[in-house]
Design a protein around this ligand. Structure first.
Ligand code: 3EB
Length: 331
């Protein structure tokens, strides 16, 4: 273990869950971003690297998520966008209130701003995007807020020439109609990875809405960077169809089969990537039903090695039948 750590070069991004009484103590020079979860975390901090995510943790106060880099970080702010960069990687965040144009307009605006920012930036290549919005499955049929979000996101991305980033789109339950988008970008493009068990989301058929979602299943870092594999939100979707109706254990099993297949694909390009989740993995499990959170926690404890960092959050998944979705980092 120690020999392995000594042999490894310093990673260019190390995400971790860290318990702290005051997140300001976490915002050191080599920290690209800090995320606070749920009611116990501050809503705002006077630092462009801090983001509050209104998702409640399973039990007790959640840890903060901290993205460390081996370099000194420069925070930035530009209009409604903010973040930090370190010479190799950039973190950015935009939070947009849903006003008259609703979630479509907010998503289009946020992504238009993001694309305009990237185009003038030293880090023009989007690797990974996270999207959090309130009440994601509210609305019937094509009026559903997730489907509308997908329309706005695609419209905002029109001017972006690059490949789709790895992604997460998750619903909050806090009643705050604010779209949060944050991202990781780099100087050169990553390599998008698709899952052979799943249809590429951007090819989903019409039954899931008029605009297929704009994300890749995972992203490998550009070769100049040492980054963990960026794992998109992953659930019990095989082909394009949700599996295992209302059964949490088999949905979880299917989710991990999807991760296995995805990691195998990535290994074809990075043979040193471990096949199993371990000490270089950080996961976030989004659970629809509050009462199922202890069960998800217990099942993850049984399925995962003890050194896999994990956080269980109460959230809405963008298809009503999906009980759980997991995203994260793996190295
Ligand atoms: C799925 O497999 C589940 O719209 O950005 C996962 C990850 C999902 C990202 C997105 C949606 C998104 O289709 C949903």
């Amino acid at each position: 273990m120690i020999a392995h750590a000594a042999a490894a070069q310093a990673a260019d991004l190390t995400p971790a869950y860290v318990h702290a009484a005051d997140p300001r103590a976490l915002l050191g020079r080599g920290v690209l971003a800090v995320f606070g979860f749920g009611d116990a975390a501050p809503r705002t901090l006077d630092d462009p690297r801090y983001v509050h995510i209104g998702l409640q943790p399973a039990a007790g106060p959640a840890p903060f998520e901290v993205w460390r880099t081996p370099r000194a970080v420069t925070p930035w702010q530009s209009g409604e966008l903010r973040g930090a960069h370190d010479g190799k990687l950039a973190f950015g965040c935009i939070e947009i209130a849903e006003l008259h144009a609703g979630i479509i307009g907010a998503a289009e605006f946020a992504y238009r701003e993001l694309v305009a920012h990237l185009q003038g930036s030293a880090y023009p290549h989007l690797l990974r995007a996270w999207n959090y919005l309130d009440a994601i499955t509210e609305g019937a049929g094509d009026e559903e807020r997730y489907r509308q979000f997908c329309i706005g996101r695609a419209a905002g991305l029109v001017g972006y020439g690059g490949q789709f980033p790895a992604g997460t789109a998750i619903g909050r339950r806090d009643g705050r109609r604010i779209l949060q988008v944050f991202w990781l970008a780099a100087r050169s493009p990553g390599a998008a990875i698709e899952n052979p068990r799943q249809l590429a989301a951007y090819r989903y058929p019409r039954q899931y809405g008029p605009q297929p979602p704009s994300f890749a299943r995972a992203m490998l870092a550009p070769s100049a960077l040492r980054l963990p594999l960026l794992l998109s939100g992953t659930a019990a979707v095989v082909g394009h169809a949700s599996q295992h109706g209302d059964d949490l254990p088999t949905q979880l099993q299917e989710t991990f089969r999807n991760f296995d297949a995805l990691i195998l694909e990535a290994q074809a390009q990075v043979p040193s990537l471990p096949c199993n989740f371990g000490g270089g993995t950080l996961l976030k499990a989004y659970v629809r039903d509050r009462d199922a959170m202890p069960e998800v926690t217990a099942r993850l404890d049984a399925l995962l090695a003890p050194d896999v960092a994990r956080l269980v959050l109460h959230a809405e998944i963008c298809r009503r039948e999906l009980l759980v979705e997991i995203d994260g980092f793996h190295s």
